[in-house]
Design a protein around this ligand. Structure first.
Ligand code: MV4
Length: 502
C-alpha cells in the first residue's frame, strides 16, 4: 500500500502530483534545491527535504540525495514527474533496489524505448508501423551511402540516443549524405556520449499526433485517444489540443489500437505516450515512445474525464486499471497553452525575475496548472515554463473562445511572458480553421509577432500600474522589495521606459 510519495520534481508538475496525492489520502514529500526554498511545491507538501545547490545536476538529478530524502521521510514510492530523472533507467533500477516503488516503467522498458534504434526494432517485430527506414545504425561512410540510397532521398538522420529533435539532420541531396551523417554522429557523441545514428525517410509537412496509453501489471492496456501537438517552436511544444482536427473516427480507431499494440509489446506498466507522424494523406508512423507523464497530459484528462496521476499511482501499487477501453470516450474539446517567462519579441530570451503581480484567469471551462505567486522569484536554473492554461469547450470553437478570454484575463507583471503570443496563435487563421501542421510556427512567424510595439507599450503600462499597486500594498516595508521600491529606483525605472512624470 502506498501511503507516502516523494515527488522528485519541482514547479507546476510537483504541485499537480501532490494534488492527486491529497485527494487519495496519500502524504506527499517535496524535495527542493537552494533556489527553490520559497517554491510553492515546498509549502504544499506535507514534508520537504533540501537536496542541494540550485543547478539541477547538483540537486534534482542527484540520485543519492533523492533516495536519502525518501528513506528519511519513509516514502513508499517516488514520482519523477517529467524531465529530470523521469526517463532514467538507472534511477528506476535504484528505486527498486532500495525497496521504493518507482511510479513509472521498469528500467528495461525505459532502456528499450530510450534507445530509438532498439525501439524501432521492437515495434517492427510487433507489427507496429514505423517510418520507413533502417533497423541498423550507420557504422561507416560506405554504410551511409548504401543505407541512404536504399531508403531513398530525402531522409532524416537521427541519433539513436536522441529523441525530441536533438541530433537530427535532414539530407535532401546525394552530395550531402556523408557530411550529414558525420555531422549527426559527432553531434550525437557530444550530446549523448553515443554516436549511433539511423536513417528514416523524410515525412513532408507532418502532423505530430500522440496517443496517451496506460497499462497495469495484470496485462491490461488502454489508450485515452490523441493529442495534436503540431504547434512547436524549435522542438518545444507551445499549444496542444484534443481531439486533433485532422482525425477521423476510422483513423483514431486504427492508431489507438496500434498504440495499445506498441505498449503491450513491452508489457508496459504506467502512463506513456506513443508519438506518431501523420502526413496529409493520413499515413501514420510510429515515431517514439515517451515513458513518462507528459506536460500536456491535462487536455486528455479534461476531454476523457480522468485523473492520469491517480491512475499512475494505482497501477504502480499493483492495482487494476480504473477503466475498460469501452468506458473511455472523448467529450468536447480541450486546448493547452504553455506560459513561458520569456520575451517573444526578443528572440524568446528567458525572462527570469520577481513576479510583482499575478491575476490568474478563472471561470467556466478553464484550468490553470501553475506554481507562481506574487513575490516569487522565477529561478534562472530551470525551464522557464511557469504555468499551463487548459480550456474546455463543448465545441472546438468554444474551447478557443475560452482560451482567448483566459489569456486576455491573465495579468502578470515583473517578468515578460509569451501570453500575447499565445493569444495571436488563437487568432491566426490557420489555427482557427484547424488546418495546420508542424510548419505552423514558421509559416505564421510574422503574424504572431506583428503587434510587438503596441504590446510592449501595454505591458509597460501594466508594469507601472502593478508596481504602484505593489508599493501601496507593501508601504515600502517589505524586505524583499524594499530596495526596488525606493523613490530613486522608481524614477530610474520610469525613465527607462520613457515615462517622466506620474
Ligand atoms: C521527422 C520528421 C520528418 N520525417 N522524421 C522532430 C522531433 C522528433 N520527435 C522528430 N521530429 C521529426 N522527425 C521524419 N522521418 C519531422 C520532424 C519534425 C517535427 C516533428 C514533430 C513536431 C515538430 C517537428 C518539427 C520539425 C521536424
Amino acid at each position: 500500500m502506498i501511503n507516502k510519495i516523494l515527488i522528485a520534481n519541482r514547479g507546476e508538475i510537483a504541485l499537480r502530483i501532490m494534488r492527486s496525492c491529497r485527494e487519495m489520502g496519500i502524504k506527499s514529500v517535496a524535495v527542493f534545491s537552494e533556489a527553490d526554498r520559497k517554491s510553492k511545491h515546498v509549502y504544499y507538501a506535507d514534508e520537504a527535504y533540501f537536496i542541494g545547490p540550485s543547478p539541477s545536476n547538483e540537486s534534482y538529478l542527484k540520485v543519492d540525495n533523492i533516495i536519502e530524502a525518501a528513506k528519511k521521510s519513509g516514502a513508499d514510492a517516488i514520482h519523477p514527474g517529467y524531465g529530470f530523472l523521469s526517463e532514467n533507467a538507472a534511477f528506476s533500477d535504484r528505486c527498486k533496489a532500495e525497496g521504493i516503488i518507482f511510479i513509472g516503467p521498469t528500467s528495461e522498458v525505459i532502456s528499450v524505448m530510450g534507445d530509438k534504434i532498439s525501439a524501432r526494432k521492437k515495434m517492427i517485430d510487433s507489427g507496429v508501423l514505423v517510418v520507413p527506414g533502417t533497423k541498423e545504425d550507420i557504422k561507416s561512410d560506405e554504410d551511409a551511402l548504401r543505407i541512404v540510397k536504399m531508403v531513398g532521398l530525402p531522409v532524416m538522420i537521427k541519433a539513436s540516443a536522441g529523441g525530441g529533435g536533438k541530433g537530427m539532420r535532414l539530407v535532401r541531396h546525394e552530395k550531402d549524405i556523408i557530411s550529414g551523417v558525420r555531422a549527426a554522429k559527432s553531434e550525437a557523441l557530444a550530446a549523448f556520449g553515443d554516436d549511433a545514428v539511423y536513417v528514416e525517410k523524410l515525412v513532408e509537412n507532418p502532423h505530430h499526433i500522440e496517443f496517451q496509453i496506460v497499462g497495469d501489471s495484470h496485462g491490461n492496456v488502454v489508450h485515452l485517444f490523441e493529442r495534436e501537438c503540431s504547434v512547436q517552436r524549435r522542438h518545444q511544444k507551445v499549444v496542444e489540443e484534443s481531439p486533433s482536427p485532422l482525425m477521423t473516427p476510422e483513423l483514431r480507431e486504427k492508431m489507438g489500437t496500434m498504440a495499445v499494440t506498441a505498449a503491450k509489446a513491452v508489457n508496459y506498466v504506467g502512463a506513456g505516450t506513443i508519438e506518431f507522424l501523420v502526413d496529409d494523406e493520413l499515413n501514420y508512423y510510429f515515431l517514439e515512445m515517451n515513458t513518462r507523464l507528459q506536460v500536456e497530459h491535462p487536455i486528455t484528462e479534461i476531454v476523457v474525464g480522468v485523473d492520469l496521476v491517480k491512475a499512475q499511482i494505482i497501477v504502480a501499487d499493483g492495482g487494476y486499471l480504473p477503466w475498460n477501453q469501452q468506458d473511455l470516450l472523448q467529450r468536447g474539446h480541450s486546448i493547452e497553452t504553455r506560459i513561458y517567462a520569456e520575451d517573444p519579441f526578443n528572440n524568446f530570451m528567458p525572462s527570469p525575475g520577481i513576479i510583482k503581480h499575478i491575476t490568474e484567469p478563472l471561470g467556466p471551462g478553464i484550468r490553470h496548472d501553475g506554481y507562481i505567486y506574487a513575490g516569487y522569484e522565477i529561478p534562472i536554473y530551470y525551464d522557464p515554463m511557469i504555468s499551463k492554461l487548459i480550456s474546455w469547450g463543448s465545441t472546438r470553437q468554444e474551447a478557443i473562445d475560452r482560451m482567448k478570454r483566459a489569456l486576455f484575463n491573465y495579468k502578470l507583471s515583473g517578468v515578460r511572458t509569451n501570453i500575447r503570443y499565445l493569444h495571436r496563435i488563437m487568432e491566426s487563421e490557420d489555427f482557427a480553421s484547424g488546418n495546420y501542421n508542424t510548419g505552423f510556427i514558421e509559416k505564421n512567424a510574422d503574424f504572431l509577432l506583428a503587434d510587438a510595439e503596441n504590446y510592449k507599450e501595454l505591458e509597460d503600462l501594466v508594469m507601472i500600474a502593478s508596481f504602484l499597486y505593489f508599493r501601496k500594498q507593501t508601504g515600502n516595508n517589505d524586505n524583499q522589495h524594499k530596495e526596488e521600491c525606493t523613490q530613486s529606483n522608481w524614477n530610474n525605472y520610469a525613465k527607462q521606459i520613457g515615462v517622466n512624470r506620474l
